[in-house]
Design a protein around this ligand. Structure first.
Ligand code: IDP
Ligand code: MG
Length: 149
């Protein structure tokens, strides 16, 4: 089982897409193990996007991501990192296929409504950056035996 970090960005929250996004993860069969609705500081976002610090859009991205609340979540499941990235679509919504979150629900690369960890290593880092150990729910999904062989 893998855990991945997913966040509905401030644009997704403002556009009322939290429910639609949660629905897609629930319907896929992923298990929600942690969630919180918070406005992150600019410093927190700078840490989150540290790998992109040399990109021209880094400052604007961190400012935007801290401009309003985000829905931060950890979803668990088999191949959760890879499957989540496929559900999200490409970074640029214009390259995202219909059926993906970005391909269905947004248009512009700077307002692409959702974040998902890109590798298992980054997922671990991001989960640790956003959540403390006591913020995780420990339970079994009743659908578990019907999702996995
Ligand atoms: P990802 O979110 O698909 O993993 P990254 O390359 O990690 O994409 O970039 C992080 C975020 O930075 C993107 O989701 C998007 O919001 C923003 N971003 C990426 N490239 C551009 C760009 O060329 N212009 C403006 N914003 C960008
Ligand atoms: Mg990324």
């Amino acid at each position: 089982m893998e855990r991945t970090f997913v966040a509905v960005k401030p644009d997704g929250v403002q556009r009322g897409l939290c429910g639609e996004i949660i629905k897609r993860f629930e319907q896929r069969g992923f298990k929600l193990v942690a969630a919180k609705f918070i406005q992150a500081s600019e410093d927190h976002m700078k840490q989150h996007y540290l790998d992109l610090k040399d990109m021209p859009f880094y400052a604007g991205l961190c400012k935007y991501m801290s401009s309003g609340p985000v829905l931060a979540m950890v979803w668990e499941g088999q191949s959760a990192v890879k499957l989540t990235r496929m559900m999200l679509g490409e970074t640029n919504p214009a390259d995202s296929k219909p059926g993906s979150v970005r391909g269905d629900l947004c248009i512009n690369i700077g307002r692409n409504i959702i974040h998902g960890s890109d590798t298992l290593e980054n997922a671990k880092k991001e989960v640790d950056l956003w959540f403390k150990a006591e913020e995780f729910a420990n339970y079994t999904l009743c659908s578990q035996p019907f999702l996995y062989e």
